[in-house]
Design a binder for this molecule. Structure first.
Ligand code: ZN
Length: 76
């Protein structure tokens, strides 16, 4: 179940400035019950939610984001 109500979420994609309706919330079972990180359907890049108060989750989210962005960077 995706929770879209978190007030800290970005209004625009940090990579291409696409608006919220292009953002896709990703939930990872067993890590966090809700959106762990976001990706953009316009540019294919991702960014983490702010997990600064939960370092273990931040580490996992960062890894997912890094892999997605590496893949996006490798695509033409
Ligand atoms: Zn984007």
């Amino acid at each position: 179940m995706l929770d879209m109500r978190h007030p800290e979420e970005r209004v625009m994609c940090p990579h291409c400035a696409a608006p919220r309706d292009k953002h896709l919330g990703h939930e990872v079972q067993g890590v966090y019950d809700g959106v762990l990180f976001w990706s953009c359907t316009s540019c294919g890049r991702a960014w983490s939610r702010d997990w600064s108060d939960r370092p273990r989750i931040q580490q996992i989210a960062d890894e997912y984001v890094r892999q997605l962005n590496d893949h996006a960077d490798a695509s033409p």
